[in-house]
Design a protein. Structure first.
Length: 335
């Protein structure tokens, strides 16, 4: 290639190792790249890695993400960002096994990855695998139990406020919250729900917050408790649901009770679950979790650290949870 371009081997090395600017003219760089294209030349990533002490590969260790439909967008976001910055992502899903996570980190370190993203399917405090202190590491959708690493998470409390505001802004004042687990997301979303109600001078009654779980059956049970046998002038006209599956259960209960959504009852879900929220009847207004953005930001923070050689700041980055308006929210019937 050097002979074809009429340059030295050193000049070729400058171009493909990112050192051409300031050392070679634009015309010389052009000739080298033209010669590379004619010869169908690709730099050897192994040799380049030996020189730079990098492998152009980052690792991702997950609990259940790669094996579930709910958070695959996080992986997509990380992979796209890494690809744009000339890195690949090597992913290991532990299926929730701590022993497998320890082994995965050890294997990734043996393969000399440039850094590791540790990601969780749902927001939680994570006891981290051994070995993460030996490389640059960023957490996604989880928090370090010992506060030792940077994390990228959803702004769940703000998401809870946004969900309630969708109902309040439509004119609802008798609002309830259905479903939820004993987890960080449930507590944060409930906090946001209460925040929003306070802005209009309301305080949720204890019976208007029904914690039944996170599945369709949980939503059905919660809706029966909130709606069945309750006089029309006392029952909620709007319900915020812990997630879209809970909202599907509420929809089923409302139909069996003869209530129309949104004429008699408005619903807001959470997650914007792919292949579900938009296909319910009516299509579900919901709050989207920023899985793809979490993957993108976590990968960007990690690669910034790799490129600068400086560990990322130990801080938590909370990303907005956008609202998605569809057909399940309308004004209350008595408005």
């Amino acid at each position: 290639m050097a002979r074809l371009a009429g340059v030295s081997h050193t000049a070729v090395s400058f171009v493909f190792n990112g050192r051409a600017d300031g050392n070679l003219s634009a015309e010389t760089q052009r000739r080298i790249r033209d010669a590379a294209e004619r010869l169908n030349y690709r730099p050897n990533p192994v040799a380049r890695g030996l020189r730079s002490r990098r492998t152009a590969v980052i690792g991702m260790v997950t609990d259940h993400i790669a094996s579930t439909p709910f958070a695959g967008a996080l992986l997509r976001g990380a992979m796209r960002t890494a690809w744009e910055r000339q890195h690949l992502v090597l992913t290991v899903d532990s299926a929730g096994s701590r022993e497998r996570e320890d082994a995965a980190v050890a294997e990734l370190l043996d393969r000399r990855v440039d850094g590791i993203i540790y990601a969780a399917m749902s927001l939680r405090k994570a006891w981290l695998p051994a070995g993460l202190d030996q490389c640059h590491t960023v957490l996604a959708n989880c928090l370090p139990a010992d506060g030792s690493l940077p994390a990228v998470i959803p702004a769940e409390r703000a998401g809870g406020r946004a969900a309630a505001r969708l109902l309040l802004d439509a004119g609802h004042r008798r609002v309830a919250l259905a479903g939820g687990l004993d987890d960080i997301a449930s507590a944060e979303r409930l906090g946001g729900f209460r925040d929003a109600l306070r802005t209009v001078g309301l305080k949720p009654a204890p019976e208007s917050v029904v914690r039944t779980g996170g599945e369709i059956a949980s939503g059905y049970r919660a809706a029966r408790r909130l709606l069945d046998g309750v006089p029309a002038n006392e029952r909620p006209t709007g319900i915020v649901c812990y997630n879209d599956r809970v909202a599907a259960g509420v929809l089923l209960a409302a139909a069996r009770l003869g209530l129309d959504v949104p004429a008699d009852l408005s619903l807001v879900g959470y997650d914007d679950q792919e292949h579900m929220a938009a296909f319910l009847d009516p299509p579900l207004t919901t709050v989207a979790l920023p899985h793809e953005a979490m993957g993108e930001v976590a990968a960007a923070l990690l690669l910034d650290a790799v490129e600068t050689g400086t560990p990322p700041a130990v801080e938590t980055t909370a990303l907005p949870c956008p609202t998605v308006s569809r057909g399940s929210v309308g004004p209350p019937a008595d408005r």
